[in-house]
Design a protein around this ligand. Structure first.
Ligand SMILES: Nc1ncnc2c1ncn2[C@@H]1O[C@H](COP(=O)(O)OP(=O)(O)OP(=O)(O)O)[C@@H](O)[C@H]1O
Length: 401
C-alpha cells in the first residue's frame, strides 16, 4: 500500500499543478511551473497482477481526497465487464468511491441499472462493443475502438477543462503485457493505440520486470514509466471462475443485483436502499427477423492474415460488417448477446461505409429463441422499448438463463 499511497500523492500534485496552471495562479516559491499536466495513467501487467484493483484504489483515493475530482476511468479489457456486459470497452467519470462488494459490477454500476443512492452506482458510461473475450481475436477492431474512446474523451476534456485536471486511469487486459511470440507486434500496437488515444503521460507496470524494461526502452524518453510491486493479496482467478463471473455479470445486467441477506436477517439495506429495489424486471418480446438488422464484424472464424496462403486475399476483411440472416441455419444467433447501437447519422452526407464500427452502444439484449418457420425471434431486453429499425452487433458472447 505504501507504493500506491506514494503514487496517489504524486498524481494529486499533478492534478493540483494542472488546475493551478488552468486558473493562472502563481506557483509557490521553489516549485517549477512547467510540465503541469494532469495524470493520464496506463496500467499494464500480466494476468492476475491486480491491475483492476490498482485502478480502483487510485480512483478511490482521488475521489476521497475532498477536492471534488472526478477522474475518468477507462476499461479497455473486454473480458472485464466494466459498466456494461463483458465484451464491451467503456469509460466513465467517477465522482464517488467505487463499491467493491460484488464481482457483478467490478467498477461500480451504471445509472442504467437499478437506481441507488450511492454516487458511483449512477455512473454514465460510454461503451463500445468489441464482442470477444480475447483481444487477439480482432486486434484491428480493438485498435479502432480504443481510438474512438480516446476521441470522445478528448471532446469531453475540451468542453470541461477543469474536469480534465482530475486526469484519467486506463485499465488494460493482461494480453497487453505478454503473449506468444507472434502477437508481440499486435500488443505493442494496442499499447501504442492507448498511449496516443488517451495522451498517456505515466505508464504503471505491475510486477513484470521484462515489460518494465520494454516500456522503459520504448517510451522512457518521453513518458514516465514506473514499476510497482504486485500486491501480496491478489487472488489467482481460474478460467471456470471467470466464466461464472461473466454469466453472473450478464444475469445482473438483465435482472439487477439480487443480494440474499445472511440467514437470520430479515431486512437489510445497501447504501440506504432496500435490497428489493435492486432487482430489475426485463421484458421478453417477439420481433420479426426484418425488424432488427444484425451485423457481425468480420467472419465468425478467421485465420490471421499471416496464415493465409501466399498471394491469397481475404473474402471478408477483419473490419467488414457482415449482415446476418437469422433464417439461415448456423447463424449462431441463438442465445447470442446483441449490442443495440446508437442510431446512424441522420445527415446522409455524413454517412460512411464503416460507420457501424464507430457507433456507441445504447444497451444490450439477448436472443432467447429463434422461430425460423414464422421468421420471429424472442429477445430479452432491459426495457420494453421497440427494437424495430434498430441496428445490432453480435460478438462471440452467449448467455443462457
Ligand atoms: N490487495 C489485495 N487484497 C485482496 N485481494 C486482492 C488484492 N488485490 C487484488 N485482489 C483480488 O485479486 C483478484 C484479481 O485482481 P484483479 O482483478 O485486480 O487483477 P487483474 O490483474 O486486473 O486481473 P486480470 O488478469 O483479469 O486482468 C480480484 O478478485 C481482486 O479482488
Amino acid at each position: 500500500m505504501t507504493a500506491y499511497g506514494n503514487l496517489h500523492m504524486a498524481f494529486e500534485q499533478m492534478r493540483v499543478r494542472s488546475l493551478r496552471k488552468l486558473h493562472g495562479s502563481p506557483a509557490p516559491e521553489g516549485e517549477p511551473d512547467s510540465g503541469a499536466e494532469p495524470p493520464r495513467v496506463l496500467i499494464l501487467g500480466p494476468e492476475n497482477s491486480g491491475k483492476t484493483t490498482v485502478c480502483k484504489i487510485l480512483v478511490n483515493y482521488a475521489v476521497r481526497s475532498g477536492q471534488g475530482w472526478a477522474p475518468m476511468l477507462v476499461n479497455v479489457d473486454p473480458s472485464e465487464g466494466g459498466w456494461a456486459v463483458p465484451g464491451a470497452l467503456s469509460t466513465a467519470a467517477v465522482s464517488g468511491p467505487i463499491p467493491t462488494s460484488s464481482p457483478a459490477n467490478p467498477l461500480g454500476s451504471a445509472a442504467t441499472s437499478a437506481p441507488t443512492t450511492l454516487a458511483s452506482n449512477a455512473l454514465l458510461p460510454l461503451a463500445y462493443w468489441y464482442g470477444h473475450e480475447d483481444t487477439k481475436r480482432n486486434y484491428l477492431l480493438m485498435d479502432r475502438l480504443i481510438r474512438n474512446l480516446g476521441l470522445h474523451i478528448s471532446d469531453r476534456f475540451e468542453n470541461d477543462p477543469e474536469g480534465q485536471t482530475a486526469g484519467l486511469i486506463v485499465d488494460t487486459p493482461s494480453s497487453f503485457a505478454s503473449g506468444p511470440g507472434a502477437t508481440t507486434e499486435h500488443r505493442q500496437k494496442l499499447i501504442k493505440a492507448c498511449i496516443d488515444a488517451f495522451k498517456i503521460n505515466v505508464i504503471l507496470v505491475v510486477g513484470h520486470e521484462k515489460l518494465n524494461v520494454e516500456m522503459q526502452r520504448t517510451y522512457g524518453s518521453r513518458l514516465t514509466v514506473v514499476k510497482i510491486p504486485k500486491s501480496g493479496g491478489v487472488v489467482e482467478l481460474d478460467r471456470s471462475y471467470r466464466e461464472r463471473v461473466h454469466n453472473y455479470q450478464i444475469h445482473n445486467y438483465f435482472y439487477g443485483e439480487v443480494i440474499t441477506p445472511p440467514p437470520g436477517i430479515k431486512s437489510t439495506t445497501q447504501g440506504g436502499e432496500t435490497l428489493t429495489d435492486l432487482t430489475l424486471a426485463p421484458s421478453s418480446t417477439a420481433v420479426n427477423f426484418s425488424d432488427l438488422k444484425i451485423y457481425r464484424i468480420g467472419a465468425e472464424t478467421m485465420a490471421p492474415s499471416s496464415a493465409l496462403p501466399i498471394g491469397a486475399a481475404r473474402v471478408i476483411s477483419e473490419m467488414q460488417p457482415v449482415l446476418i440472416d437469422p433464417s439461415q441455419p448456423g447463424s449462431g444467433l441463438l442465445n447470442a448477446i446483441l449490442a443495440i447501437l446508437a442510431p446512424f447519422n441522420t445527415d446522409e452526407r455524413e454517412r460512411y461505409d464503416e460507420e457501424i464500427l464507430d457507433l456507441t452502444v445504447m444497451g444490450f439484449a439477448v436472443i432467447t429463441n429463434l422461430d425460423i418457420a414464422h421468421k420471429k425471434m424472442t429477445i430479452l431486453s432491459p426495457t420494453q422499448g421497440s427494437l424495430a429499425g434498430k441496428t445490432a452487433l453480435v460478438g462471440s458472447y452467449e448467455w443462457q438463463e
